[in-house]
Design a protein around this ligand. Structure first.
Ligand SMILES: [Zn+2]
Length: 344
């Protein structure tokens, strides 16, 4: 990377998109981008290089079982066996890329490896799990996945599993829906703290959030959530939650998803980029720019139409330059996330 502003992103669903749209051919689709006529997505190597996206947390997300009889938020989304199989396939994409094209992408397991990848111009990927259905109550899979490179985990997506209760999508709504962590969830948190696996709060309900705030030894991280005071979506963070993240010296990743930016709650691409600026300014004023980063949700949701993907991150930088000096902007764009990665 040159001295130009570069970005490190706290959340993308690129592995899932590659797996769904280019199965069997995921490494090539990342390295070269999708062939013409195929869905283009938000992140691939050419787009990342064009926009100065140096790396990020790459989520492994398990699609719900289409045949499950009970589709309510409290029903299990998928069994452990299938979740583990799909996890292997998505994690293998990162491992294969790292082995075949280390100049293009590296699966990073430490802050030092992230720094080295960025210095060498390789996409610095951190393996992240969004919804831990592949891990049983014995936590064996956590230890095996950690040995394979996993360094970040959100216990739930927005549904219930053996560990916790994800916050259902609701608007307008507080995140205070349902009970907190289960006993297995508290074990999972303790093991993640011991292993140096980040514990992501973005899809957790409020009771679970406060359980983690009370029990965790690590700074609190919500990798892709926005300000509830601006957009009162159940997935966004209340002022009290923001304050707790600041008090733990943690981090909020700003989500570019229309549904979480929009004060009207509608998931649409037809939104001005200035809305991103409003969320950033609000949170920065409340808890300080030190506790803010990017959590794009690229390849996972609908984003404002003026951002086609990672290649357009310079547009976001130009917008935020109006409010922040170059030092603050660099903290927001990458510095704060890199500090969080010292925990791994
Ligand atoms: Zn998410």
């Amino acid at each position: 990377m040159s001295t130009a502003l570069f970005w490190f992103d706290g959340h993308n669903d690129t592995l899932l998109r590659l797996w769904e749209d280019h199965r069997g051919n995921e490494p090539a689709a990342f390295l070269q981008g999708a062939p013409e006529g195929k869905s283009q997505g938000h992140i691939d190597l050419p787009k990342a290089r064009a926009g100065g996206l140096a790396g990020g947390l790459c989520a492994i997300f398990i699609m719900p079982d289409p045949d499950r009889p009970d589709k309510s938020a409290n029903a299990p989304r998928v069994g452990q066996d299938r979740a583990l199989r799909d996890t292997h396939e998505m994690l293998a994409t990162l491992i294969r890329l790292d082995r075949a094209a280390p100049d293009a992408l590296r699966l990073c397991k430490s802050r030092a490896e992230v720094d080295a990848a960025i210095r060498d111009g390789a996409f610095a990927a951190i393996a992240h799990i969004e919804g831990a259905e592949m891990i049983g109550p014995d936590l064996d899979a956590l230890y095996v996945l950690h040995a394979a490179g996993l360094r970040s985990l959100g216990p739930v997506w927005s549904s219930t599993n053996i560990f916790a209760h994800g916050v259902p999508f609701a608007f307008p709504s507080t995140p205070d829906i349902g009970p907190g962590l289960t006993a297995a969830g508290r074990d999972l948190l303790r093991s993640c703290n011991e292993l140096g696996v980040l514990f992501d709060l973005s899809h957790l309900n409020e009771a679970g959030f406060w359980d983690v705030a009370r029990l965790s030894r690590a700074p609190l991280i919500a990798s892709h959530s926005n300000a509830h005071a601006i957009a009162p979506h159940s997935r966004n963070l209340t002022d009290r939650q923001l304050d707790a993240i600041r008090d733990s010296d943690g981090l909020v990743g700003i989500n570019l998803g229309g549904g979480f930016l929009n004060p009207e709650g509608i998931r649409t691409a037809d939104l001005p980029l200035d809305l991103i600026r409003r969320h950033v300014d609000y949170i920065a004023r409340r808890i300080g720019i030190r506790h803010l980063g990017l959590g794009s949700d690229f390849d996972g949701t609908v984003i404002p139409k003026d951002l086609a993907g990672a290649q357009d991150l310079p547009k976001l930088a130009a917008l935020l330059q109006q409010d922040f000096n170059p030092d603050e902007l660099a903290q927001f764009a990458h510095g704060n996330w890199l500090r969080m990665l010292e925990q791994i």
